[in-house]
Design a protein around this ligand. Structure first.
Ligand code: F3S
Length: 394
C-alpha cells in the first residue's frame, strides 16, 4: 500500500510510540479493506466511552495510550458517557462508577478529545459536503453521510481514535464515491401518508435497517427533509440500530443523487410497518425516555411547548441532550421539574444505569433506544413523541 513520507515516519516511530501504534492499527484495517492508500480526515468522533460498556479493560487501554504521549491531530469529540457528570447522584450511580467514568473522560481529554459527550456531533462540528471523517457512533455517521454528504465509515471507537491520532483513515468503503451508489431501493410511496400522519419514522428506520443490512439503500416516498431534523434523526438512528449500513440515500433530503438502475426494489406496505412496531409493544407502564439521539435545543423547546399548561406528569419524563443545550435551558429547569420532567446531559437512556433511576419498563419515541433497551432486557413501548407526552399527562 502506498504511504507518503510522513506516514512512513509515523509508522517507523519517528513521532513516538503512540503514533506508531495508531498507524500500525490503521494500516492493518486498511489492508483488510484492500485500501490502496490512506485519506486525510478533517474531524473525528469517538464512541464507546461509557464505563458501563468498556469497563476496566477499556479504561486501562485509554490511560496507557495517553501515558505513551498519544494525541489526536484533528478536532475530535466524545460520545455520551455512562452518567450525567453533574447529576450522577440523582441517577443513583455509586461513587466508584463515577470515578471510573471520570478517568475514562480524563484519559480521552489528555489525548486531546473534546469532552462534548454528545452523539450529535453533526449539530456542533464544522463539517461539510465531501469532508472525510473518522466517526464512530452509527447515528452520527449516518447523518454525516446521508444528510451532509460527508464521508465516513462506521468505525469502532478505538479505530476512530487511532485515525484521529494519525489524521488519516483507509481510503475504502464510504470514503470512495463508487461505494456510495444505491444497491437497492426501498419504496414507501404507498404508506407515505400513514408514516407522516402517525409519526412512524422510527419504525420506518428500523425496517430500512433490517431490509438493508450492509448495503446502501435509496429510500423513496418518505416526506423527510432537512427542515424536519427530529424525524431525520429518529429515522437514521433506527436504521443504524438494525442495519450495518453507514449511508442511506433519501430522496428529497440527501445531497447525493445517483441513478438506481438495475437494483432490486422493495415496496413497503402497512403490514411490514405494523409487524416492526409490534416488536416494541412491551408495556404501557414506566417512565418516558426521549432523546436518542440527543435532543437539539429546538426539539426540547418543541417538547416544552407541547406540555399542558397546568398539571404534572403522572410518570417521570426523562430528556437527554448535550451539556450545551442543557445549559441553555437553565431558566426552564424549575418549571420542568415541577411537571415531573428531568433533563440529563452527557449521557443517555441506553448507556446510563436506567434501571436504577427509571425502572425496567419504559416508553420511548426512539427506534434505536427501543432496540437496544429491549436487548438489555427492558420492557419497551415505541410510540410517537406526541403520544409519549400524552401518555405522561393522562
Ligand atoms: Fe445517542 Fe445513546 Fe442513542 S449515544 S444515539 S442517545 S443510544
Amino acid at each position: 500500500m502506498y504511504l507518503d513520507p510522513e506516514e512512513e515516519k509515523m509508522l517507523d516511530g519517528e513521532y513516538g510510540e503512540a503514533i506508531a501504534m495508531a498507524m500500525k492499527t490503521v494500516l492493518r484495517v486498511a489492508e483488510a479493506l484492500k485500501a490502496e492508500r490512506l485519506v486525510r480526515v478533517k474531524n473525528a468522533h469517538i464512541s464507546g466511552i461509557s464505563y458501563k460498556n468498556i469497563g476496566d479493560e477499556g479504561l486501562q487501554f485509554l490511560e496507557e495510550l495517553a501515558a505513551k504521549g498519544g494525541r489526536v491531530s484533528v478536532p475530535s469529540s466524545m460520545n455520551p458517557a455512562g452518567l450525567d457528570l453533574a447529576q450522577w447522584r440523582n441517577m443513583g450511580v455509586d461513587k466508584g462508577y463515577f470515578e471510573k467514568q471520570m478517568r475514562i473522560i480524563n484519559a480521552l481529554a489528555a489525548l486531546g478529545v473534546k469532552p462534548t459527550l454528545t452523539c450529535t456531533p453533526y449539530l456542533y462540528e464544522d463539517i461539510s459536503y465531501g469532508d472525510h471523517l473518522a466517526w464512530s457512533e452509527s447515528n452520527a455517521v449516518l447523518y454525516a453521510n446521508s444528510i451532509i454528504g460527508a464521508r465516513s465509515n462506521r468505525d469502532g471507537g478505538p479505530l476512530a481514535l487511532f485515525e484521529a491520532i494519525v489524521g488519516r483513515a483507509p481510503l475504502a468503503g464510504l470514503h470512495v464515491e463508487s461505494n456510495r451508489r444505491p444497491e437497492l431501493v426501498i419504496d414507501f410511496t404507498s404508506v407515505s401518508k400513514e408514516v407522516e400522519e402517525q409519526n412512524m419514522y422510527s419504525v420506518a428506520g428500523l425496517l430500512v435497517g433490517a431490509l438493508t443490512g450492509n448495503r446502501v439503500p435509496l429510500v423513496r416516498g418518505l416526506k423527510l427533509s432537512k427542515e424536519r431534523l427530529d424525524y431525520i434523526k429518529l429515522f437514521l438512528a433506527a436504521v443504524g440500530a438494525t442495519g450495518g449500513t453507514g449511508l442511506v440515500l433519501i430522496e428529497g433530503a440527501s445531497p447525493e443523487n445517483y441513478p438506481a438502475s438495475g437494483v432490486d426494489t422493495i415496496k413497503v406496505d402497512f403490514k411490514m410497518l405494523r409487524e416492526t412496531l409490534d416488536n416494541y409493544s412491551g408495556t404501557d407502564e414506566g417512565a418516558i425516555v426521549l432523546g436518542c439521539p440527543h435532543l437539539s435545543l429546538d426539539e426540547i423547546m418543541d417538547i416544552i411547548s407541547r406540555l399542558p399548561e397546568n398539571g404534572t406528569a403522572t410518570r417521570k419524563i426523562f430528556l437527554y441532550t448535550s451539556r450545551e443545550v442543557y445549559e441553555a435551558l437553565s431558566a426552564y429547569m424549575p418549571k420542568l421539574r415541577e411537571k415531573n420532567v428531568y433533563v440529563f446531559a452527557d449521557t443517555c437512556m441506553v448507556v446510563s444505569p436506567l434501571n436504577i433511576y427509571a425502572g425496567k419498563e419504559v416508553i420511548t419515541d426512539s427506534g434505536k433506544a427501543a432496540f437496544y433497551l429491549k436487548a438489555q432486557g427492558y420492557k419497551v413501548k415505541l410510540v410517537s413523541r406526541q403520544k409519549a407526552i400524552e401518555m405522561a399527562f393522562t
